[in-house]
Design a protein around this ligand. Structure first.
Ligand SMILES: Nc1ncnc2c1ncn2[C@@H]1O[C@H](COP(=O)(O)OP(=O)(O)O)[C@@H](O)[C@H]1O
Ligand SMILES: O=C(OP(=O)(O)O)[C@H](O)COP(=O)(O)O
Length: 399
């Protein structure tokens, strides 16, 4: 375990302004939070600090608004769910720095909880800009990071600020690292990783290290489309990052050298509209119509994925295999989730899954509780798995 200070080291905090970095980047469908797991996981830290009389000021990001306010990425949309999970009033400030934040903090009583607006509404957040970091730090006496799932980002609210204030790990940060170490510190082989989802450009690089850590890498979701296209196959209008074709090919080469089997879909379910119950058909990946999108992997691919889950002693999974939010494109994800849960229950598999949408998908399949461990983190968990230093964790260990 990294040697950082935890809430156990925080005493006499009544009346202190504690800036708590949480991850409220939760799945939202039709303007409503569709999975509250991330909020539930940070609730113990918030409530503990509040019960001890601290003024708890929440810092978080939501989506990727590129340094400017975007209405549908306002944390005011998430605040009611935070209030509901905490069963406590949560005030909201329309900016995370400046007058709006200062005024809202000035109104706080001991034990109150305040949520500040999306940190990514400022360019300084992702750039970890010194001026912005100072503005954020001005609002607190103490900093607590409970956002393990954002700890792979060296941003102002996850890294920079810890250089300015006494810094502590929250309960979830601590628990996540302990659980991952216990489950995956020395994994039993064969280790199979499933990586899917939509964040292709931010996750593809880490696959390059992952192939030397795992015996098989099963690729699904938008990530698979990028690998399929890299083999010269036309993926039509599928979610695909064509400019990453060289990276995908290099990963496949590296996997060969490392003895890691790459498993790609052989068939897919395609549709012309991204909506629930859109008309769809199952085709070979080599026959995706030019005007269609592959929204799920097909039945033959599901069999392949489930075979690999059957062969695994340890499974790590981030990223749904398809657009699971819109039926029937949830089939592959649900089938793999059920199979992994069965294998785990039978004592044949250690299964660790993570990521905001992945957790939501496992809840959708009704099996999150059957996995050995479910992390709130996706990218951060995979980077941890690669053995990379996570900036948000490293800075907490600097004394
Ligand atoms: N083939 C696909 N086409 C479009 N979107 C997809 C596809 N497969 C998965 N997705 C989307 O990927 C999203 C989750 O990706 P990501 O954010 O990388 O996962 P996580 O939050 O678990 O880390 C889901 O919203 C899902 O709809
Ligand atoms: O949702 C998150 O990561 P995840 O999709 O890897 O689970 C985190 O909130 C980090 O978000 P980011 O990938 O936009 O930095």
């Amino acid at each position: 375990m990294p040697a950082f200070k935890t809430l156990d080291d925080l005493t006499d905090i009544a009346g202190k302004r504690i800036l708590v970095r949480v991850d409220l980047n939760v799945p939202v469908t039709d303007g409503k939070v569709s999975d509250t797991t991330r909020i539930e996981r940070v609730a113990p830290t918030i409530l503990e600090l509040s019960e001890k009389g601290a003024k708890v000021i929440l810092l978080a990001h939501f989506g990727r608004p590129k340094g400017e306010p975007v209405a549908d990425q306002s944390l005011s949309l998430i605040a009611p769910s935070v209030e509901e999970v905490l069963d406590q009033r949560v005030a909201f400030a329309s900016d995370c720095i400046g007058d709006a934040a200062a005024a809202a903090i000035a109104e706080m009583n001991d034990g109150d909880v305040l949520l500040l607006e999306n940190t990514r509404f400022h360019k300084g957040e992702e750039k970890n800009e010194a001026g912005f970091v100072r503005e954020l730090a001005k609002n607190g006496d103490i900093y607590v990071n409970d956002a393990f799932s954002a700890a792979h980002r060296a941003h102002a609210s996850t890294e920079g600020i810890a250089h300015h204030l006494p810094a502590y790990a929250g309960r979830t940060m601590q628990a996540e690292l302990e659980a991952l170490e216990k489950g995956l510190g020395q994994p039993t082989r064969p280790v199979v990783a499933i990586v899917g989802g939509a964040k292709v450009s931010t996750k593809i690089d880490l696959l390059s290290n992952l192939v030397s850590k795992v015996d098989a890498l099963v690729i699904g979701g938008g990530m698979a489309n990028t690998f399929i296209a890299a083999q010269g196959i036309d993926v039509g209008k599928s979610l695909c990052e064509h400019d990453l074709a060289d990276t995908a090919r290099a990963i496949m080469e590296k996997a060969k050298t490392a003895g890691c089997t790459i498993v790609l879909p052989v068939d897919g379910v395609v549709a012309r509209e991204f909506k629930a119950n859109a008309e769809n058909e199952t085709v070979d990946v080599t026959a995706i119509p030019a005007d269609a999108m592959m929204l799920d992997v097909g039945p033959r691919s599901i069999e392949l994925v489930n075979d690999w889950i059957g062969k695994a002693a340890t499974l790590v999974w981030n990223g749904p295999l398809g657009a699971f939010e819109i039926p029937p494109f949830d089939k592959a994800t649900v089938s793999a989730a059920l199979h992994a849960a069965e294998q785990t229950k039978a004592g044949k598999l250690v299964s660790v899954a993570g990521g905001g949408d992945t957790v939501s998908a496992l809840n959708h399949a009704g099996v999150a509780g059957a996995f050995s461990y479910v992390s709130t983190a996706g990218g951060a968990f995979l980077e941890w798995m690669e053995g990379k230093e996570l900036p948000g964790v490293a800075v907490l260990t600097k004394g």
